[in-house]
Design a protein around this ligand. Structure first.
Ligand SMILES: Nc1ncnc2c1ncn2[C@@H]1O[C@H](COP(=O)(O)OP(=O)(O)O)[C@@H](O)[C@H]1O
Ligand SMILES: O=C(O)[C@@H](O)C(=O)COP(=O)(O)O
Length: 435
């Protein structure tokens, strides 16, 4: 069977997010982290999601890695490509969403694509081309203070045109709510007018189903996991009931790996800050000292690993190691040492800590933050995942494709996803289902 969908995701939490929605819609989905020609692919998947860590690297590198991923997906026979980026359009001023979109359009010989970051089930909607996070415009939400990709504009047309070579046009919700035929006509008109990026409004998940149906003949689409859901549901004809069941029913056949659990939080988002605050009274916790990370490196990693190992013995709830901090504290570190240096050092710290803990018997990692999850997953040398039960919309448990002693379970939480009790909720799913 040809691969029906190939997804290029610009970070690791984003990749598991979309993979979870594809699975919920009924597509057999595999997530690959270190894709190379000849990479092992289990059981004839319908969709392959490639996780990259390209959101905040230099644009030229992001383009090169995304094109390599696209080539691999084409070799696997992918009929259609989805470029998955964040539902809050996280990008630096120079890109990378625009440059990668342009490069993929050129590679696939297409002149028009759609831009659909909306994920209404998690409060991200697009109205008249403006991105909202629940009741706030993107630039007024916590995303204005993101340590790596602060978002200071909510107008997707302006954001995209500033990063790319072509013209953008909004297809408003009045057209989207009129159904797939109306959207197809608007897209055809946009193409005739030389528009390169059609920014579609979406206020609820049914709008994403409409967009999924209307874009069935497009080789390249771009957006968030909600678009993935709409496309997959158009492919499989999944009903709301089957989608709901897949998202919420405990998967009886899914088993977790025996061993210890740790919670690693490197996200500084508003929701992660609340989740960390809610979890602290329930479990041993350690706050990462950024000065120690920068000053002591490997020594500090060993010290924190020893603390976590010790803490794992004395408690039911997994220990939490957290660098999560409010914006003024993050700015303080960045002013002192430089933003790029601090981010890279904290990410490297979490990667090294994960490796050290894995060597000492930790098999389950609950990580908060996209860049943080990428660093942890890469340090653990995970090559690919199977996607399991959803802890919250957009956050499934996953397990590595390895079957042997190296197998680990990972819950990669996007910064703003999940409810306040997320860290406990993730562990509740594990209880009683060890291998
Ligand atoms: N206390 C801190 N000070 C400065 N930067 C931090 C701190 N804690 C974490 N970071 C950095 O902030 C970034 C958070 O990004 P990420 O992990 O993607 O979270 P999110 O999913 O919320 O975007 C990472 O690069 C991380 O290393
Ligand atoms: O689309 C989303 O919101 C997520 O899938 C995502 O990309 C998460 O990124 P982080 O907030 O950096 O974890």
């Amino acid at each position: 069977m040809p691969l029906r969908l190939g997804v290029i995701a610009d970070d690791f939490t984003g990749a598991t997010d979309i993979a979870g929605f594809l699975v919920a819609a009924g597509l057999r989905t595999v997530q690959l982290n270190d894709p190379r020609p000849g990479t092992y692919l289990p059981a004839d998947p319908d969709a392959v999601v490639i996780s990259l860590k390209t959101r905040s690297i230099p644009a030229a590198d992001a383009v090169a890695q995304s094109l390599a991923a696209c080539r691999l997906l084409e070799e696997l026979g992918a009929e259609r490509i989805v470029f998955k980026y964040c539902s809050t359009f996280d990008s630096t001023a120079e890109g990378n969403i625009g440059p990668v979109t342009d490069a993929l359009l050129d590679r696939l010989g297409e002149d028009l694509t759609v831009v659909v970051p909306a994920l209404p089930v998690n409060g991200r909607t697009v109205y008249q081309g403006h991105l909202f996070v629940y009741d706030q415009l993107l630039h007024e939400s916590g995303m204005r203070d993101h340590p790596v990709t602060p978002m200071r504009d909510s107008n997707l047309l302006r954001l995209l045109e500033a990063q790319s070579t072509g013209r953008a046009r909004n297809i408003p919700y009045t057209v989207v709510s009129a159904g797939p035929e109306a959207v197809r006509e608007a897209l055809a008109q946009a193409r005739r007018d030389g528009v390169r990026y059609a920014v579609l409004d979406a206020l609820d998940m049914s709008h994403l189903d409409t967009i999924g149906a209307a874009t069935a003949d497009m080789r390249l689409v771009t957006g968030g996991s909600g678009l993935g859901s709409g496309i997959a549901r158009a492919l499989t004809g999944a009903s709301d009931a089957s989608q709901d069941a897949a998202q919420h029913a405990p998967e009886k056949s899914w088993s977790f790996t025996a061993g210890h659990t740790v919670v690693l939080s490197g996200s500084c988002s508003e929701m992660t800050r609340r989740q960390v605050a809610a979890y602290r009274p329930l479990a041993p916790s350690l706050t990462v000292d950024v000065a120690e990370v920068l000053g002591r490196g490997a020594d500090y990693v060993a010290e924190v690993a020893a603390w976590a190992e010790d803490a794992q013995r004395g408690t039911e709830s997994a220990p939490l190691v957290s660098a999560t901090a409010p914006p003024e504290e993050v700015r303080g570190w960045q002013d002192r040492y430089g933003a790029a240096r601090v981010s890279a050092a904290v990410e490297e710290f979490f990667g090294r800590l994960a490796s050290a803990l894995h060597a000492r018997g930790t098999t389950r990692f609950i990580t908060a933050g996209g860049e943080t999850s990428g660093a942890v997953t890469q340090a653990l040398e995970v090559t690919g995942f199977e996607v399991g039960p959803q802890i919250a919309p957009g956050v499934p448990w996953t397990r590595t494709l390895d079957t042997g002693a190296d197998r680990v379970d990972l819950a990669l939480k996007s910064g703003n996803f999940g409810t306040e009790d997320f860290f406990s909720a993730a562990q509740r799913l594990v209880t009683g289902r060890h291998t």
